[in-house]
Design a protein around this ligand. Structure first.
Ligand SMILES: NC(=O)c1ccc[n+]([C@@H]2O[C@H](COP(=O)([O-])OP(=O)(O)OC[C@H]3O[C@@H](n4cnc5c(N)ncnc54)[C@H](O)[C@@H]3O)[C@@H](O)[C@H]2O)c1
Length: 442
C-alpha cells in the first residue's frame, strides 16, 4: 500500500477544528449494517462504559482533542470509541493486530461521526504500519495503544508530532514493558499510563477474561477434549494463572512453568505442578504460552514434544513459540487442518499442531475476551485518558510510565458493583477513627 498524504498537515497545529475530515481505509464500507448488531450486543454487556459514556457526554473531557488509537478492532473497542467520541474526541483508530480485525465492526465504526478507521483483516506488515502512520497523520493530542507499536512508531519515525501529545494509555503488559524500557533509556517523550497496573484489570480482564477466552479459542480451533489432558501453561501472571485455573476446571492436569520464584510458589500453593519447561514439554499434550517473553518454546522444546502436541500462544506478540524454528524442522506443513490449526510434520515423523500461527489465540481463533471482561478494562483506559486530557501540565519529567491512579481503579470498581446491583458496607466513623490511629492497640 502506498504511503498516503497526511490527512492533516504537520504544520497546522492550531486545533482539530481546522483539520480535514477523517478518512478511513477499511475492507468494505458495505459491511456496516452487519457490524452494528455486534456492537449493540457488546454494549449490553458493558454497563460501566455505558455509564462513563453518559458522564463523558455531560462533561466533555475530550472536547476539541484528537485521540489516536491502536487497538484490536472488535465490537468491544467500538463501545470504547463511542465513549471517547461522546466525550468530544475525534478518534483515529488503527488495528493492533491485523488478524483480530473484524471488518464489519471496522465498517460500522467508520460510519460514525468523528471516527476514522484504518483496519483491514489480514493486512500484511507494511499495510499494518501504513495504517499506524495514517492514524498518526491526525497529529494526536492523546494516544491509546495496545502493544506499543503506535507509540514506538511515533517516537522512531514521527518525532515532529511529539510535542503536541499530552500523554497516552497502554493497554497490555507487553506494551508496558516496552514503554518501561523506553523510559529507562530516557527515550519516552510523554507520560503513558500503563493499564496493566490496574488491579481491576488484572483481576477481571486478564485472569477471568483471558483465562476463559484462551480456552475458548483453543476449543474452537481444535474441538479437543480438555478433560484428562496434560496441559502446560508457561507463565503464571494474571493471564497464565487464569488459563491454568480454567484448564483445571475443565479436568486437565495442569503443569506450570515460571522464571519468577514468587509466582512459581503461588502456583504450587494453588495446587499446580511446577517444573522447568524442558521437563514439562516431554509429557505435554497442549502447551499454552502467556509470558510476554520470546522463544519460550524454542528448538529444544519443539524437539522434546510428543507426537500430536498442540501449541497455542496467549501472549501479546507472536514470538513466544519459535515458529521459524518449527518451520525449519518441518518436512511438511499442512495448513488449515482445521480453521486456525496448521500441522507441522517433523523429520522423525511427529506431528505438531500450531494454532493461530503462534499469534494471540483467543483473538485469532476466538473473539477475544468477553465484553463483560473488557468493560472494566476499557473504563480504566478511558478514565486514564480523561485524566491526562485534564492535566495539560504534564508530570515532569515527561517520559514516565505511570501507574493507574488508585482513585480510577476505585471508581471503576464502584461503577461495576453498581452495574451488578451489589451494595457493600461503609466504614463507620468509629471504624475510620480506629483505622487512622496508631495509638489504639489491644
Ligand atoms: N490474550 C489476551 O487476551 C491477553 C490479555 C492480556 C495480556 N496478554 C498478554 O499476555 C502476556 C502475559 O500477561 P500477564 O498480564 O500475565 O503478564 P505478567 O508479566 O504479569 O506475567 C507473565 C509471567 O510470565 C513469566 N515468564 C516470563 N518469562 C518466562 C519464561 N521464559 N518461562 C516461564 N515463565 C516466564 C513471568 O515471570 C511472569 O510471572 C503478555 O504478553 C500480555 O501482553 C494477553
Amino acid at each position: 500500500m502506498a504511503r498516503s498524504k497526511p490527512t492533516t498537515t504537520g504544520t497546522d497545529r492550531s486545533g482539530s477544528a481546522t483539520r480535514p475530515a477523517p478518512s478511513s481505509d477499511i475492507a468494505d464500507p458495505g459491511l456496516a449494517l452487519t457490524g452494528r448488531p455486534g456492537i449493540a450486543w457488546a454494549d449490553r454487556a458493558m454497563p460501566v462504559l455505558g455509564m462513563l459514556r453518559a458522564s463523558f457526554a455531560d462533561r466533555q473531557p475530550f472536547a476539541g482533542l484528537t485521540v489516536a488509537c491502536c487497538l484490536h478492532v472488535t465490537a468491544e473497542t467500538a463501545v470504547l470509541v463511542r465513549a471517547l467520541t461522546a466525550g468530544g474526541a475525534r478518534v483515529y483508530l488503527a488495528a493492533s493486530n491485523p488478524l483480530s480485525t473484524q471488518d464489519d465492526i471496522a465498517a460500522a465504526l467508520a460510519a460514525e461521526p468523528g471516527v476514522a478507521v484504518q483496519a483491514r483483516s489480514g493486512v500484511d506488515r507494511s499495510g499494518y504500519y501504513e495504517h499506524i502512520h495514517r492514524v498518526l497523520d491526525s497529529a494526536p493530542d492523546l494516544v491509546m495503544d495496545d502493544g506499543c507499536d503506535l507509540v514506538n512508531t511515533l517516537h522512531e519515525a514521527r518525532g515532529e508530532l511529539m510535542s503536541r501529545v499530552r500523554g497516552g494509555c497502554e493497554a497490555t503488559s507487553s506494551g508496558a514493558a516496552r514503554l518501561r524500557r523506553m523510559a529507562a533509556a530516557g527515550s519516552l517523550g510523554f507520560p503513558v499510563v500503563a493499564a496493566d497496573t490496574s488491579a481491576t484489570r488484572r483481576l477481571i480482564d486478564h485472569k477471568y477474561g483471558t483465562g476463559q477466552s484462551v480456552l475458548d479459542g483453543i476449543l474452537r480451533a481444535t474441538n479437543t477434549l480438555i478433560a484428562g489432558k496434560t496441559v502446560v501453561v508457561a507463565g503464571f501472571g494474571p493471564c497464565g494463572s487464569g488459563i491454568a485455573e480454567r484448564a483445571r476446571g475443565l479436568g486437565a492436569q495442569v503443569v506450570v512453568t515460571e522464571v519468577e520464584p514468587l509466582r512459581a510458589l503461588g502456583a504450587i500453593m494453588q495446587g499446580f505442578r511446577v517444573m522447568p519447561i524442558g521437563a514439562a514439554v516431554a509429557g505435554a499434550e497442549l502447551v499454552i504460552t502467556a509470558t510476554g517473553s520470546r522463544d519460550v518454546i524454542g528448538a529444544a522444546e519443539l524437539a522434546a514434544l510428543p507426537d500430536g502436541a498442540v501449541l497455542a500462544n496467549a501472549g501479546h506478540f507472536d514470538v513466544e513459540i519459535d515458529v521459524p524454528a518449527l518451520t525449519g524442522m518441518a518436512i511438511d506443513v499442512r495448513r488449515g487442518v482445521r480453521p486456525h490449526a496448521d500441522e507441522y510434520v517433523v523429520a522423525d515423523g511427529r506431528r505438531l499442531i500450531l494454532l493461530a500461527e503462534g499469534r494471540v489465540v483467543n483473538l485469532v481463533a476466538g473473539e477475544g475476551n468477553p465484553a463483560a471482561a473488557m468493560d472494566t478494562s476499557f473504563a480504566v483506559q478511558a478514565l486514564a485518558l480523561a485524566w491526562l486530557a485534564g492535566t495539560p501540565q504534564r508530570p515532569e519529567p515527561r517520559g514516565l510510565v505511570l501507574d493507574v491512579p488508585a482513585e480510577i481503579d476505585a471508581e471503576v470498581a464502584s461503577l461495576a458493583l453498581a452495574a451488578l446491583g451489589t451494595r457493600i458496607d461503609e466504614l463507620t466513623p468509629e471504624q475510620l477513627k480506629y483505622l487512622d490511629s496508631w495509638r489504639i492497640g489491644s
